[in-house]
Design a protein around this ligand. Structure first.
Ligand SMILES: Cc1ncc(COP(=O)(O)O)c(C=O)c1O
Length: 273
């Protein structure tokens, strides 16, 4: 119930909402914490009989009971804290970004191009790859969420390091992907020699998170060559903080998938041969 700490703003429960009767400012009532939320006269019927109640539990699939949820870091409710560890930016978006969003306002009511052709072409031009090699997602978590069931679910184990992005084991649980964790060395580095073992695929964050230590492009290429019958996925979420991107390698290796994210602006992309 920690999500219900603090003050919450609820729509008055007696309000009959229709398409025409949308909530107005004075229809919103503040309540404090979980108790306030539960006891409040404003406690909406939908919460009483819905997700917030125990009754909903009976609909959960057996899989849900086996999952360990990803635990997000603390989000202080203060405006004077910039959480660099969750990639918060001390700067606002570029005025050019704001102008582009404003210019697109009228199109936001329409479905976007499902192939995101314009964006893929722009990204392909930037990275010097073909548009067909670019896959767009809504953040790299979503791109990875497609990659796990589509590419990483095999009989043999997926390998990733024992200290890395804590979402990987969560996706494995959700998608039933067998995995083995490969220990980092004493200096908290990924040693590519430790990945010489049978596996279905390898997933590496480069630079690794949260160590920030990166493999060089030459080391990645050595790994990709050595595992030419397995897919190697390089999660480059933090590459712009100081690592060589492996994107130029996709021109020479068809077992390489690179996942990058450009928070808030371009969302997330994957580049493959
Ligand atoms: C290594 C790594 N990959 C992927 C992500 C997810 O990025 P996105 O916000 O684009 O989904 C994160 C976010 O913390 C990350 O640390």
């Amino acid at each position: 119930m920690s999500a219900l700490r603090g003050t919450h703003f609820l729509v008055r429960p007696d309000l009959r909402l229709t398409r025409r009767r949308r909530p107005r400012r004075d229809d919103i009532v503040p309540v404090s914490g979980w108790d306030g939320f539960r006891q409040s006269a404003a406690f909406p019927r939908v919460i009483r009989s819905g997700v917030g109640s125990q009754r909903m539990n009976r609909f959960w699939s057996p899989l849900v009971g086996t999952l360990s949820p990803y635990v997000p870091g603390e989000q202080p409710r203060r405006d004077d804290v910039i959480k660099l560890n969750t990639n918060e930016n001390p700067y606002p978006p570029s005025p050019r970004v704001l102008a582009a969003i404003a210019a697109a306002q009228d199109r936001l009511r329409l479905y976007p191009d499902p192939r995101a052709s314009e964006l893929r072409e722009a990204i392909a031009g930037y990275y010097d790859v073909a548009p067909e090699q670019v896959f767009i997602g809504n953040g790299s978590d979503e791109v990875l969420a497609h990659a796990f069931p589509a590419l990483l679910q095999h009989d043999a184990a997926l390998l990733f390091s024992d200290v890395t992005y804590s979402f990987y084991p969560v996706w494995c649980g959700l998608y039933g992907v067998r995995h083995e964790e490969v220990p980092l060395d004493a200096a908290m580095r990924v040693r590519i020699a430790d990945y010489h073992r049978p596996c279905s695929a390898i997933l590496l964050a480069n630079p690794n998170a949260p160590t920030g230590i990166a493999l060089s492009r030459a080391e990645i290429e050595a790994m990709v060559r050595e595992h030419s019958d397995q897919l190697v996925v390089i999660d480059e979420a933090y590459v712009d903080f100081g690592a060589e991107s492996a994107v130029p390698l996709v021109a020479h290796h068809e077992n390489l998938l690179i996942v990058q994210t450009v928070h808030l602006v371009l969302s997330s992309i994957a580049v493959v041969r």
